[in-house]
Design a protein around this ligand. Sequence first.
Ligand SMILES: [Cu+2]
Length: 138
Amino acid sequence: MRMLSSLRRGLSVALASLMIAAGLCLIAPIALAETYTIKMGSDSGNLAFQPATLSVKHGDVVQWVNNKLPPHNMMIDGAKLPDVSAELISSLSHSQLMVKPGDSFQVTIPDALPAGEYAYFCAPHRGAGMAGKLVVTG
Ligand SMILES: [Cu+2]
């Protein structure tokens, strides 16, 4: 009888440990995703994205926020990405102009996006060199 009850206790400890481990697995992927902010128009008043280069992983969220000298937008430079579908590139781009200070949009880096470098530019200020780069590390 005593053996049976200690076996039961052992089983409930094992079950509880399993449930905790399963719970951690559910939480882990959410905790790993990061959210980043890129300013459109630098603090010093230049036509630039700040930071100009950002490393991201699948599932990360990147938010572009109007800072200085609007209007701005964010167009992925598809010409430099012959192996990535035009549909995927346009789903990442944000052609709508952000006009007011503080206007923002965000993009979640999709799993379907191959690791690599993704150059982008601001359409109204492309001639002035307003460009940035996302480095997707997987
Ligand atoms: Cu711009």
